[in-house]
Design a protein around this ligand. Sequence first.
Ligand code: NAP
Length: 273
Amino acid sequence: MGGEVPFPTGDLMKGKRGLVMGVANKNSIAWHIAQQLHAQGAEMAFTYAGEALERRVRPLAESLGADLIIECDVTDDASMDAAFAAVKESWGSLDFLVHAIAFTDKTALEGSFVENTTRQIFKDTMDVSAFSFVDAANRASVLMKPGASMITLTYLGSERTIPNYNVMGVAKAALEASTRYIARDLGPKGIRVNAISAGPIKTLAAAGISSGKHMFSFNRKASPLRDDTEPRGVAGAALYLLSDLGLSCTGETHHVDAGFHIVGMPEESALKE
Ligand code: NAP
């Protein structure tokens, strides 16, 4: 999966500079996206969420020629201030933003949504997983000119109930609605804002969901393509939305999930395969 086959090269992102938020390691969706954007000529800055992560993110970012690698906790205003000030000081402007950040307490990712979602868990999940995009988009937009573009990452648990996804599904619904409102507000400035709804991909974040194994195998069997979601497909969609190929597309939630989202009831034969 991902990484073994070279990402398609070209000039679609040549001359464009962007901030990538949410690389934790080489399995991160944001890392696949970053590699694809690099292969098309993008220059990128990266944020990481803490000292422990810097050890993993710095070598990855440097392998793509990045020298702007900034610590940033999205729940901390001072940390967000410092990160965007660093981008402004180094570059003065921004052409794109990749937001690939989510977090909730592990106890909320199993069993009953209604019983396991405390006030604090609800607030914290919304803060990291939905508000952080509103905040980052607002801060990025002042550095952007017409033609700039932003994306965030979401999941089908926003639209349908998915076992154990629980409060994260509620946060993803807020994230998708926020994407539409941000797109409305930034549209007159010529800035496009979209979400990619990816199918299950093996990352640190996905490992936190109970019964993840069942989720992967059910998605594979029930999806029209009878396949896993390829991170390269998500990276390709990101390239489309962040480059000028995506002209006129804004406010969209684009599914990249082997078609799983269109299935009301899977074929009986598919589940037996
Ligand atoms: P990942 O590699 O674990 O990335 C999640 C990122 O969020 C990590 O870099 C994490 O840093 C960061 N983060 C969490 N709290 C933060 C905070 N307070 N400040 C700054 N950064 C913070 O997992 P991923 O699967 O690639 O997730 C990226 C996005 O894709 C998420 O929005 C996720 O919901 C979405 N998505 C994932 C899947 C999937 O199946 N994997 C499917 C659809 C959508 P730490 O590690 O330090 O917490």
